[in-house]
Ligand binder design. Structure first.
Ligand code: NAD
Length: 495
């Protein structure tokens, strides 16, 4: 059995070894390989995780197909399926501390954010539990003596490829409606943050989800992810991740004309007008930029401030950013954790260099923490760039780290041009007490989500939508169910 070492030091003897969950069983990887999962705060291993391959991916799809064909699942009273989702929600509530802790440890995020993630998971399961017996078709008036009606049926095997920044939250927002509709599921978590998906598999086993209904298979995107996405028996793909991989997934999906939902990147404007509650805006700007060390598709990574308050507001942002307490996620007073990996750290630091080279003014942070007990981890101090112009890369690229780019604006038309000038269109924040300004700006923003006087904000019941290169289709909210069902029209002659 091989070990593909990702960590700098040997794994302690008692490191927990995780295998994939396929067909209701914990299965050794066909490759015989495991990878070490690292704590981003120390780069020490915290677990060993199966690095599955093509055969594991195929086995997971086969198990999901068999479970979909099994009358125990197909024929299950939808109310009972709803109860099962509620039981899963309850199981996550019961394991709340552990789920929150695992997420915090694996991603590096502060524990209070891990708790927020765990809560979002059970709320999502409970939201869709209530939907399981309300998925229905309609009758359609047609000419002549005939009855015409539609059925909403499950699509079959749904594939969920998840990213590393909110590993379980983002997986469950697709998995829960898929299950509510009666599909069977294959979930592939990101290689570097698989622990909560595997915990979820354990909870599925515990509450008695029938074997094969939920399969969690771990391994590289390039083999496991690709095999899954190109598999002829996968009936839908829900992908959350980078734009680049999203494009590849679309091409893979084209092979069998498999429907896709893509949730991709963002470079979101947080817009502050002079009449706003500036204290509240300040807090939210910091939260929107540095939550999860800025590794969020919905990060408010562009701060657009009116010229009349720009200098003072941005100065305050920089002062507060410079005072943020960095530390391991599990330390209670940590305000910002490390970024998830050495690769991500390098990528963020290189963007700080790019910004400086482009002529933006670095007011705070942007440095690797190289001294003391944080030196071994992937800590980058929260960066604030001022004097950013919309053409700079720090104003256009999704950095996916704790880097905020401040831009100034004078009139609303210019503001809208700048806000809409990037390829992404995911979320936006608008801060003003003036209703007309708020709604006019919201209407003109090319963004799937706009929050007024709060940012960022989402609930299981509200659509999470990316426009432009931020995505295709959407998750969350009742309409998301359409993706996990297919419609059938039935026409009956009454002659
Ligand atoms: P990523 O694209 O590198 O990986 C996402 C997933 O795809 C992982 O599970 C990975 O293993 C898998 N994958 C990689 N290559 C693959 C391939 N060739 N075939 C199949 N699967 C493959 O993204 P990431 O770095 O994990 O996440 C960060 C990105 O996710 C950012 O761009 C961020 O904006 C985006 N994101 C978007 C949302 C949203 O809802 N819009 C939410 C969170 C993150």
């Amino acid at each position: 059995m091989g070990l593909n070492p990702r960590g700098p030091s040997p794994a302690p003897m008692d490191l927990k070894r995780h295998t994939s969950f396929i067909g209701g069983k914990w299965v050794e990887p066909s490759t015989g390989e495991f990878v070490r999962d690292l704590d981003p705060a120390t780069n020490q291993p915290i677990a060993e995780v199966a690095s599955g391959g093509v055969e594991d991916a195929k086995a997971a799809v086969e198990a999901a197909v068999a479970a979909f064909e099994n009358p125990d699942w197909r024929g299950m009273d939808p109310s009972k399926r709803g109860r099962l989702l509620n039981q899963l929600g309850q199981a996550v509530r019961d394991a709340f501390d552990e789920v929150a802790r695992l997420e915090s440890l694996d991603v590096g995020k502060p524990i209070r954010e891990g708790k927020g993630d765990a809560a979002f998971v059970y709320k999502t399961l409970e939201y869709w539990a209530g939907m399981a017996d309300k998925i229905q078709g309609e009758t359609i008036p047609v000419p002549g003596a005939r009855l015409n009606y539609t059925l909403r049926e499950p699509v079959g095997v749904t594939l969920h490829i998840a990213p590393w920044n909110y590993p379980l939250t983002l997986a469950i927002r697709g998995v829960a409606p898929a299950l509510a509709a009666g599909n069977t599921v294959v979930l592939k978590p990101a290689t570097i943050t698989p622990l909560t998906a595997l915990k979820f598999a354990e909870l599925c086993e515990k509450v008695g989800v029938p074997p094969g209904v939920v399969n969690v298979v771990t391994g590289p995107g390039s083999t496991v992810g690709k095999t899954l996405a190109e598999h002829v028996d996968v009936d839908s793909i829900t992908f959350t991740g980078s734009l680049e991989t999203g494009r590849q997934i679309m091409q893979m999906a084209a092979k069998h004309v498999t429907p896709v939902t893509l949730e991709l990147g963002g470079k979101n404007p947080n817009i502050v007008f002079p009449d706003a509650d500036l204290d509240k805006a300040l807090k939210s700007v910091l939260f929107g930029a540095y939550q999860n060390a800025g590794q969020m598709c919905w990060a408010g990574s562009r701060l657009l401030v009116h010229e009349s308050i720009h200098a003072d507001f941005v100065k305050k942002v920089a002062e507060r950013a410079a005072k943020m307490r960095l530390g391991p996620g599990l330390k209670e007073d940590t305000q910002m954790g490390p970024v998830v990996s050495k690769e991500q750290e390098q990528s963020v630091l290189s963007y700080v260099e790019v910004g400086t080279r482009e002529g933006a003014k670095l007011l705070a942070g942007g440095k690797k923490v190289a001294d003391g007990e944080l030196a071994a981890g992937n800590f980058v101090s929260p960066a604030v760039f001022d004097e950013v112009t919309p053409d700079m890369r720090v104003a256009r690229d999704e950095i996916f780290g704790p880097v905020l780019a401040a831009i100034t604006f004078r009139i609303v038309d210019d503001l809208i041009d700048v806000a809409n000038s990037v390829e992404f269109g995911l979320a936006a924040g608008v801060w003003t007490k003036d209703l007309k300004t708020a709604h006019t700006v919201a209407a003109r923003l090319e963004s799937g989500m706009v929050s007024i006087n709060e940012f960022p904000l989402t609930f299981p019941q509200t659509p999470f939508v990316g426009w432009k290169h931020s995505g295709l289709g959407h998750e969350q909210g009742m309409d998301a169910m359409r993706f996990y069902t297919r419609i059938k029209d039935v026409s009956v002659s009454l002659e």
